[in-house]
Design a protein around this ligand. Structure first.
Ligand code: PMP
Length: 468
């Protein structure tokens, strides 16, 4: 069967159309922009017409094991055969106890507790509220502020949006967001201080001290950051000393450090947790996406002993909660995902294949006149596109380069995650490549071939406009 032309046309998003990257349809809408997914198998997804797509981004960096993994499916079924749900205010369950142990055993020292929720935004909300509650417990009720960074994304709920620095997602909700100071991103390709990483003095980390002093240290509860920035900037790897300095500043002013590893955690960057690569221990660490690899929705916040001990010793509870916390199916899926990753040594594979992917991309696109930067860690790779490579000038936002690239790649049977980040206060273009850890080397080659073809076709489509 072939996809009807009329529907195909509807799906196609014209570059001029004023739609957000995140335009989501309401289902049962008279028309849908997207093809209907029918099945998945390994690194591939198939639509209802049998068209095959190489899933090179796991949706939004979710499907780290690929699709339809029998071991995970069996674990979910087995849990269903025993019990589907029991509320965490009345029962714990074996799956969440086991998953908590598995996550904390792999976490940096002191992060010995897990708080399970249903997704990334909930994990971030929980962490920020826990930070606030902690300082109240500690007799410092004035501490409530959360500092975030420009070029960051922490979720779409109001609190997570308030802490994040994605101006497009925040725009119309601005009046509803609590005041959260933001600091400079650690963005070496486009250093906000116009410096070189070899000699910069990490001014972007020092910016946190400025923001804390400006807000008043007595008011600041926490600082939140993605170890490697995902959705807003395309796998931005920080300066190697950045997080060490951040940790020092947080300690100096009694500010908790929340690492948002919703995208980067669980092997995505070539280690169980990306923050480990920067030699610091956060006070809390948020997870989702790769945690159950898309088999069920789940999120978690790992919490340091010193926070949990404060609650236990003062006999207080954390006044917060969601109905589906610690859901047995989600936890069973999480356990099966981690077991599968151990059995197949997928963290190591993410690291090695990531190096290979970066090398192949540098080979294929390193000299490309419209590729400004190729960056990332493990199977978490970003490409930034520019109109002019020397001046790093981005494409005009009206061209919607990233959106046309996404559509073109999709037509070529390649799913990538291009987004319009913010560059010098306006929209820039990047793509996130985050294939499943089970991708084969042959599929990796195919990914690069399809990507290069899609970039060239996108430019051919836009060139008259670029030139004019
Ligand atoms: N934090 C980060 C770093 C993310 O990338 C995302 C999702 N892209 C979130 C939080 C929010 O997660 P969710 O969409 O599951 O609420």
């Amino acid at each position: 069967m072939v996809e009807p032309a009329q529907r195909r046309k509807r799906r196609g998003v014209s570059p001029e159309a004023d739609v957000n990257d995140d335009t989501h349809v309401f289902y049962r809408n008279p028309f849908s922009y997207y093809p209907t997914v029918a099945r998945g198998d390994g690194a591939y997804l198939y639509d209802e017409y049998g068209k095959r797509y190489l899933d090179a981004c796991g949706g939004a960096v979710v499907s780290s094991l690929g699709h339809s993994v029998p071991e995970v499916v069996a674990a979910i079924k087995e849990q269903l055969d025993h019990v589907e749900f029991a509320h965490t205010s009345q029962f714990t369950n074996a799956a969440q106890e086991k998953l908590a142990r598995m996550l904390t055993d792999r976490a940096p020292g002191g992060l010995n507790h897990a708080y399970f929720v249903s997704g990334g935004s909930e994990a971030v909300e929980s962490a920020m509220k826990l930070a606030r509650a902690y300082w109240v417990q500690m007799g410092r009720p004035d501490k409530w502020m959360v500092i975030g960074r420009d070029q960051s994304y922490h979720g779409n709920t109001l609190g997570a949006l308030a802490a994040g620095g994605n101006r497009w997602r925040r725009a119309i909700y601005e009046p509803m967001l609590f005041k959260a100071p933001r600091v400079a991103p650690c963005f070496c390709y486009r250093c906000p201080y116009d410096k070189k990483p070899e000699s910069c003095g990490i001014d972007c980390a020092e910016d946190l001290e400025r923001a804390i002093l400006e807000a008043g240290p007595e008011k600041v509860a926490a600082f939140i950051a993605e170890p490697i920035v995902g959705a807003t900037a395309g796998a931005l790897v920080p300066h190697p000393d950045y997080f060490r300095r951040i940790r020092e500043i947080c300690d100096k002013y009694d500010v908790l450090f929340i690492a948002d590893e919703v995208m980067t955690g669980l092997g995505r960057c070539g280690s169980w947790y990306a923050i480990r690569q920067f030699g610091v221990v956060p006070d809390m660490l948020c997870l989702a996406k790769g945690l159950a690899a898309g088999f069920v929705p789940v999120g978690a916040t790992l919490v340091h002993d010193r926070i949990v001990d404060t609650f236990s010793s003062r006999r207080h509870i954390f006044q917060h909660g969601h109905t589906y916390m610690g859901h047995p199916l989600a936890a069973a899926a999480g356990v099966a995902v981690i077991e599968y990753m151990e059995t197949h040594r997928l963290v190591e594979k993410s690291r090695k294949l990531g190096d290979e992917l970066l090398a192949r991309l540098h080979e294929a696109l390193g000299e490309h006149p419209h590729v400004g930067d190729i960056r990332g860690r493990g199977l978490f790779v970003g490409i930034e596109f520019v109109a002019d490579r020397d001046s790093k000038t981005p494409f005009e936002p009206e061209l919607a380069f990233h959106r046309v690239l996404r559509e073109t790649a999709f037509d070529n049977g390649l799913v990538i995650y291009p987004m319009g980040g913010t560059v010098d206060g306006r929209r820039g273009d990047h793509a996130l490549i985050a294939p499943p850890f089970v991708i084969t080397r042959a599929q990796l080659g195919r990914l690069v071939t399809l990507l290069v073809k899609s970039i060239d076709q996108t430019l051919a489509r836009l060139v008259p406009k670029v030139a004019s």
